[in-house]
Design a protein. Structure first.
Length: 465
């Protein structure tokens, strides 16, 4: 016992220092272990969040592509068939051509004055039919895409709202202002994802879109208001075509009034004539009057029109959700008339567009720099599309009519080709090269990506309809 006390007295300081060093080392080890574990957990969380974000983006891409496919395979073919029938019925040129052909005979020769009048009518109606077919096909193709993208966005809002309603009291979930939507060569990436509720809302939508095929997406649109909204795709062919043709004919008469049948026309002149007719037509009436050909102005009047054209108990207007339909039509008219609201939303995105061209690689464009100029309104997309289709149509005519590209041919000889080559404009979308040309325009692709991604919010950042 005395030896132990003696040992403690002699080595107490060394023992205490050793214990202090050992304790400090143990503490530092535990601190390091804790920090390392925390860092590892943080890395795992970040990696998990990154994987979730990638999954969400990929699944939203599937949802976006499904929506575009609905437009191309379900809505557009039916509407195009109705449009083709309406144009063929209202602009049938066979009576005029038959009369001119029969008038060539000796026994039934037409008086010169009547013959000239028939040729003048044929001139006007040939250009009217070509321009009306071109304009209506282009606008129908663009309008149907607007429809399904608006409905796709509404589907997102409904799911997000259901999630918000399921949250406990006192928990507020912000919906994302701009949902990522990827389309083929396009990559639209949001810069901010606010709060865990957003990611969950995305997961709900992503899960639904990943499990749903095209038929399920179509089924999700089958509420009364949404069905009635999709049915407005044939409003142009059913109710708007008569006034469209009348105004297009007036525009053609004005542009062609000084063009003689014997006048030599080159392809550059033909292209200019078509552009002038379309421009004059677009400027008839008040600003954006052309929207009235596509979209019902008033839901009540539209219901009456449907009721008058319905048969027996098939009156679809009885089951129409007028409030929902009116809401969708108001949003559609807003998109068609002026899409400037997208410029007022802080998008902060990086847009990378890759287009395969001979000798060209990847082009990186700053989306924030081109939004205001290029996508300020839907009318610019219409103008770009119309001019591209005119270019393709005129090229087809130049191939079919020898010598037109150099010296030109008399206008009278161009009329049969203009009439004949305008028929494919209204072919079904699967074999319609003009529809494909429109859909592949970079400006059109980007416009619909932005339309789908633009989630309207109120001043507090909460989702609105």
């Amino acid at each position: 016992m005395l030896s132990l006390r003696s040992f403690w007295s002699r080595h107490r300081r060394k023992i205490l220092v050793s214990l202090g060093i050992a304790g400090g080392g143990y503490f530092l080890y535990k601190l390091y272990e804790s920090q390392a574990r925390r860092f590892s957990d943080s890395e795992q969380e970040l990696e998990g969040a990154r994987q979730v974000d990638e999954l969400i983006k990929n699944q939203l891409q599937v949802h976006f592509e499904n929506i575009q496919r609905i437009s191309d395979t379900t809505t557009l073919p039916y509407a195009m068939h109705c449009l083709q029938s309406s144009v063929s019925e209202n602009l049938d040129l066979s009576p005029l051509t038959d009369k001119l052909i029969h008038g060539k005979g000796q026994s039934s020769a037409l008086p010169l004055k009547e013959k000239l009048e028939l040729w003048e009518r044929l001139k006007i109606l040939s250009f009217t039919r070509a321009a009306a077919s071109l304009w209506s096909m282009t606008l129908l193709c663009l309008y149907v895409r607007v429809q399904v993208n608006i409905l796709g966005r509404q589907l997102y809002l409904d799911i997000a709202r259901d999630f918000e309603d399921s949250q406990p009291l006192g928990v507020t979930t912000r919906a994302p202002r701009n949902s990522p939507a990827l389309d083929g060569n396009m990559s639209l990436v949001c810069s901010h994802v606010e709060e865990d509720g957003v990611a969950h809302s995305y997961r709900v939508l992503a899960k639904k879109s990943s499990l749903c095929g095209d038929e399920d997406e179509v089924d999700s649109f089958k509420s009364h208001g949404r069905q009635a909204f999709l049915a407005t795709a044939d409003y142009l062919a059913t109710y708007g075509i008569n006034s469209l043709i009348m105004n297009m004919q007036n525009a053609a008469m004005e542009v062609l009034k000084d063009k003689q049948l014997k006048e030599t026309i080159s392809m550059a002149q033909l292209r200019e004539i078509m552009i002038q007719i379309l421009d004059m037509f677009m400027n008839i009436g008040s600003l954006n009057y052309w929207i009235t050909y596509l979209v019902p102005e008033n839901v009540s009047c539209y219901k009456q029109q449907i009721a008058m054209s319905a048969n027996g108990f098939e009156d679809a207007s009885l089951f129409m959700d007028a409030t929902k339909l009116d809401q969708l039509l108001v949003e559609t008219r807003s998109v068609l008339s002026r899409y400037a609201n997208i410029c007022n939303i802080h998008i902060h995105v990086a847009y990378i567009f890759q287009k395969e061209h001979a000798g060209c690689g990847k082009r990186e464009l700053d989306l924030s720099m081109i939004l205001k100029d290029l996508f300020q309104d839907f009318g610019k997309i219409v103008d770009i599309s119309l001019k591209k289709v005119v270019e393709v149509l005129v090229n087809d005519i130049s191939v079919q009519v020898p010598g037109t590209s150099s010296v030109g041919v008399p206008l009278a000889k161009l009329l049969p080709q203009i009439t004949r080559l305008s028929l494919p404009l209204l072919d079904e979308p699967r074999r319609n090269k003009f529809v494909e040309v429109i859909q592949n325009l970079p400006e059109v692709e980007l416009f619909y990506t932005l339309l789908y991604a633009n989630m309207p919010t109120d001043s507090n950042g909460l989702t609105t309809v």
